[in-house]
Every structure is written in structure tokens, then in C-alpha cells.
Design a protein around this ligand. Structure first.
Ligand code: ZN
Length: 420
């Protein structure tokens, strides 16, 4: 349904139906879903999820509630050995396995994020649909009758799983365009006032008016007035400065670089790397293993890429500023990824805290990799991955993710010592 408002109303309206009405709706939806579908969804490594036209073939109900989905277990989730045997059921009725090699046991749902919540399939799918369509946490939480906090943690667990599974797996051996994108460093969620004043030399961004800024400083106002009036003036009286050029970026330490590389086969590398401009060594450190010597690297005039190309004998094509196309080479693909990233961030109700920016970028990467699928297929594919319908190799990378781990993440960039 194109209209999210109607759809949300519809889902919420289910609560108000009588049991009979729910029965009717259930049967109606069942009939709807058993109609032949034209396409089947191809899962990763060409595992094909069967067409639902033949009811006999449906291994698990499309509409559910009671049973949790089952994943495919082919090897030990601890050591990868294929020498495993069934080992009874858990209290919850889930199949357990024991590995003959390492001796450890594990249940079928071990490590799946969907296993450790009390949400059902349709609720998970709603969360996935919401994050793909850019619904707010509040809207999603209303649609599935749960708390905003739960939706937030499910969303972050999905992002984290994507990162655990795929983590920067693309590499390049043809014409590859690279460039950095600068994003504001956000310490949203940090409560420590001295951190803002002493380390960042600024106030939290939500204090907009002068009055609010002075109130926030309170006793520190006098202290700063005495010992650092210049900084005080900067913090209270200057408006939030816009970034101007690379120099400002490196003086203020308020921006991070999202290193980006993209080729014509939709291989993408997009990772937050450093505070400020990356040096030649940074570029080498992050890109050297991914770009083969057969590749041609296309960049702007930034000097940081020269060392990488010389050292690894990669052909380097530099696009001078002001020109958009030189013969066959341009930066149009990387520029288009960056515009698309801006739209992705704007579609969120808030700008992500830097602590989580790598996870958002991972989700962005996954969506770009699946850009040819339609909305429903993207939802189904992501849901199947989260419920363990993946290759054995991938399955082993799926580990339990806790909210505590998410909250205690380190900044995912090389801070160059600025904020510690
Ligand atoms: Zn094992």
C-alpha cells in the first residue's frame, strides 16, 4: 500500500475488531496469499525460497502468530563442523543440536535476533517495512502496539546483524570512483557537560537560543568568562557554523569522513573512517586490500589517494575540480551515492549519533545492493536473513546482539585522539 497513513490506521484498527471480524479478515488474507505469485524470492547464494502457489510446499505458514520461524541448520554454529546431531528440544520446543567435534550444544535459533524478542513475524516485518519506507519509530511502534524503545532496539539489531554478516565485503577490479563525504560528528546522548566544553569546545546542538546556551552553562559561564573568554564568545554568541572547505574541517574536528568507493558493477564500500580529512596512510589502510592492481582508481585532486596508487601500482585518473567528465572517467557514480546517502539520512526522523553511523551506512549499503527488488521483496528478503535462512557460512556470523552492547559501542572512527 502506497499510503502509509492508511496502512497504519488499518493495522491499528485490527485491535478494535470483534473475534468474528478477525476470523473473516484472517480467512480473507489467507485466500489472498494463497493466490499464485508470479515470482519467487531469490535468497543469497541462490537459495530459492519456494513459490507459495502450492499450499503443500509451504513449509511454514505465511500468516502466523504462534510458531516462531525456523532456520536452516547444516553445521555447528560454534565451530562450523558439519558433524552435528539432533539433541532433543528446548523448553520452548525448539530443536537442539550437539556438535560431535567441539562438544557444544546449540538451539536452532541460536544467535538470531528474532529469537530473543517476544515479537511475532508480522511485527518484525512491520519494523523492517518501516525502516525501509522511512517511518518514524513512533509510527512503527503504534502500528505494532509496542514501545518506541523496542522498535529502536530491533532496528539497531537488524543494522548490527547486517554488519556482522557482510562487513565491507565488496572489492574492486575495474574502474572504481572514490571520494570522501563529510558528515557532522554527533554526540547525541552524551550528558557530560565538561565533555562538550573541554573536549569539543561547543555546546550540545539542541541549545539553540542564546538564553538557552547561557542557562545550560550555568556556573561554567563565570568560569569561562575568567579563563577562556574567547571560547565562551564562540560558544554562546556565534551561530552554528556551516562547514566551509577542508581546512575548517581539520581545525574544528567537528566532522568525520565517510570514505566511499563504487564501481560499475554496484560494488560499494562506504565506511566512516576518520575525524577530519583522511591522510595518505588512512586511505592506504582502508582501501589497499580492496582495490586490485588491475583496477583504475578515479578521484578528485585530493592528495591522499596518490600514495595508495603509487605503492600498489594502481592506475590513477584524477578529475580536476570544475570538470565533470574527462573522456571515460567521471565521479558521477560516487556523487550519486552521496546524494542518495543525504536522502537516506534526511528520511530518518533524526540524524544518527556518530556512535551508530557505521550501522546506518551498513543498512544503506544493503539497500543499495538490493535496489532492484521491489518493496515487498526487500522486506521478505531481509526478514528471511534475520530468521536464519542463509548459507551455513553466513549463519555462523549471526551472533546474539544485546541492547547493552549497542549502547556501549565505541565511536566507529579513528578519532585521532580528539575526543578522548
Ligand atoms: Zn562445533
Amino acid at each position: 500500500m502506497a499510503d502509509n497513513t492508511n496502512y497504519g490506521d488499518f493495522i491499528r484498527g485490527i485491535d478494535k475488531l470483534t473475534s468474528e471480524q478477525k476470523e473473516v479478515l484472517y480467512e480473507r488474507l489467507k485466500a489472498e496469499l494463497s493466490r499464485p505469485h508470479s515470482q519467487s524470492i531469490e535468497c543469497e547464494n541462490a537459495e530459492v525460497i519456494e513459490n507459495v502457489s502450492d499450499p503443500e510446499k509451504i513449509k511454514r505458514p505465511r500468516i502466523l502468530g504462534k510458531s516462531k520461524p525456523r532456520s536452516v541448520i547444516e553445521c555447528c554454529l560454534h565451530c562450523g563442523s558439519i558433524s552435528i546431531k539432533k539433541y532433543g528440544l528446548t523448553k520452548g520446543g525448539i530443536q537442539r543440536y550437539r556438535c560431535k567435534d567441539c562438544g557444544k550444544t546449540f538451539s536452532e535459533n541460536y544467535g538470531l535476533i528474532t529469537h530473543y524478542t517476544h515479537l511475532s513475524e508480522w511485527q518484525w516485518k512491520e519494523i523492517i517495512r518501516g525502516l525501509i519506507e522511512g517511518l518514524s519509530l513512533t509510527e512503527i511502534s503504534k502500528n505494532i502496539s509496542t514501545s518506541v524503545g523496542t522498535v529502536w532496539s530491533c532496528r539497531m539489531k537488524i543494522y548490527q546483524s547486517i554488519q556482522n554478516i557482510y562487513e565491507y565485503c565488496d572489492s574492486f577490479n575495474s574502474i572504481v570512483e572514490a571520494d570522501g563525504k563529510y558528515e557532522r560528528i554527533s554526540f547525541k546522548g552524551y550528558k557530560d557537560k565538561t565533555f562538550f566544553i573541554d573536549k569539543l569546545g561547543r555546546l550540545p546542538r539542541h541549545h539553540r537560543s542564546r538564553k538557552e546556551r547561557i542557562e545550560y552553562l550555568a556556573d561554567d559561564y563565570k568560569k569561562l568568562f575568567k579563563c577562556n573568554p574567547h571560547l565562551l564568545k564562540e560558544m554562546v554568541y556565534s551561530s552554528n557554523r556551516k562547514m566551509v572547505g577542508r581546512e575548517t574541517i581539520d581545525i574544528n574536528h567537528q566532522h568525520l569522513c565517510v570514505m566511499t568507493a563504487v564501481d560499475r558493477n554496484n560494488n560499494i564500500y562506504i565506511k566512516p573512517v576518520t575525524s577530519g580529512t583522511p591522510t595518505s596512510h588512512d586511505v592506504d589502510r582502508y582501501l589497499a586490500d580492496r582495490i586490485s592492481s588491475d583496477a583504475i582508481l578515479v578521484t578528485d585532486e585530493c592528495h591522499s589517494y596518490k600514495y595508495l596508487c603509487r605503492k600498489n601500482r594502481i592506475r590513477h585518473e584524477i578529475i580536476e575540480s570544475g570538470t565533470f567528465v574527462t573522456d571515460t572517467f567521471s565521479l558521477s557514480r560516487v556523487n550519486s551515492i552521496h546524494s542518495s546517502l543525504d536522502r537516506f539520512f534526511r528520511s530518518k526522523e533524526y540524524y544518527p549519533a556518530t556512535k551508530y553511523i557505521d550501522l546506518y551506512l551498513m543498512m544503506f549499503w544493503w539497500l543499495k545492493k538490493n535496489k532492484d527488488l521491489n518493496g515487498n521483496d526487500v522486506v521478505s528478503k531481509l526478514y528471511l536473513i534475520m530468521t536464519g535462512y542463509v548459507s551455513s557460512e553466513t549463519r555462523q556470523k549471526m551472533k546474539r546482539i544485546t541492547v547493552k552492547e549497542l549502547c556501549n559501542r565505541e565511536l566507529p572512527i579513528d578519532t585521532k585522539g580528539y575526543y578522548i
